[in-house]
Design a protein. Structure first.
Length: 317
């Protein structure tokens, strides 16, 4: 059955904070789509952006963009006072430099209030999303501590996830780790409210996700899984792949080359570079081919995104 919709990035919505948010303007756009007999709202990737502010270069396939959190909603929920909400600015081009400086200051105040008396909802969110949230929050906290340096430039013990270094970072940066978790709670609370409202109006959200960029967080999480410090050998990592919605690793500091032939974690074939195969004998190569085939999945299977209700970005929901 044919259906139609409109592409409207969240950041292009009107609003008083210099960028579109998940606030009342997003709900108004859903109302417009319903009146116009539309079925789909297509958005661009909604993950947190890094250098260059491109939605297609994100730190995480799971996390949401803090720029899209609506301050008015935080005020209604008691996390911000009226005086803490920044002054409204005229609609126009997004000034990401201003957002980069302003947003963390305001969100820190909201996070402090949440964390001072953590709600059951927040605790449940952290528990349910711990499979990605814990590492994401730690990664972002360490990255901030390192002056936003790339993973390749981190101290070796942190870059390679040495247990003692990771444990020390979790303790040393506990406050920042909690901040990044709180921000994700704010984002998903607002996102899920918008999604539920849209679905109730018969509008499905058509997601999008960046492809082809090196994701430092995944490398940080799965360094030992991929054996990046062990002669570039392909290891058995099937269980970990079940938790990852998108795996795109082209090259990491010249230590490994991995070809991604499918993006769904349940339909994923990852093949080590030829240089790795040359290091191994026929028996080991046969073993690796067996492992690759085990995760290949049905022919033609390719689904780079997950439904939002499972914790990833949605294709349409």
């Amino acid at each position: 059955m044919r259906a139609c919709g409109i592409l409207m990035p969240v950041f292009s919505l009107p609003g008083p904070f210099g960028i579109g948010t998940l606030g009342k303007e997003a709900f108004a756009f859903v109302d417009f789509l319903a009146r116009a007999k539309q079925t789909y709202w297509q958005i661009l990737p909604i993950g947190p952006t890094g250098y260059g502010d491109s939605p297609y270069q994100s730190f995480s396939a799971f996390a949401g963009n803090p720029y899209f959190i609506d301050f008015r909603v935080l005020h209604e929920q008691g996390y911000l006072t009226a005086d803490e909400i920044p002054a409204e600015v005229p609609a126009g081009p997004v000034d990401y430099g201003v957002l980069y400086q302003q947003r963390p200051v305001v969100l820190q105040k909201a996070a402090d209030r949440l964390l001072a008396a953590a709600s059951v909802e927040y605790k449940d969110f952290c528990t349910a999303q711990s499979f990605w949230l814990d590492d994401y929050a730690l990664f972002m906290a360490v990255k901030a501590e390192q002056g936003q340096a790339g993973l390749c430039d981190w101290p070796d013990d942190l870059r390679t996830r040495q247990p003692a270094a990771v444990a020390a970072a979790r303790e040393r940066l506990a406050g920042q780790v909690d901040y990044f978790k709180a921000v994700q709670f704010f984002f998903y609370t607002q996102w899920n409210a918008l999604k539920a409202y849209a679905n109730g109006k018969g509008i499905q959200l058509v997601g999008d996700i960046r492809d082809g960029e090196l994701e430092e967080l995944l490398v940080f999480m799965l360094r030992l899984v991929f054996g990046l410090e062990h002669r570039r050998k392909l290891l058995d990592f099937g269980e970990q792949l079940e938790q990852i919605p998108l795996l795109v690793l082209r090259q990491m500091a010249g230590k490994v080359s991995i070809h991604v032939l499918a993006d769904n974690p349940r339909c994923l074939l990852v093949q080590a570079a030829a240089a790795v195969q040359e290091e191994q004998g026929p028996a080991q190569q046969q073993s690796n081919r067996h492992k690759e085939n085990a995760y290949r999945g049905p022919a033609g299977c390719r689904s780079p995104v997950q439904d939002q209700d499972t914790g990833g970005k949605q294709k349409h929901t």
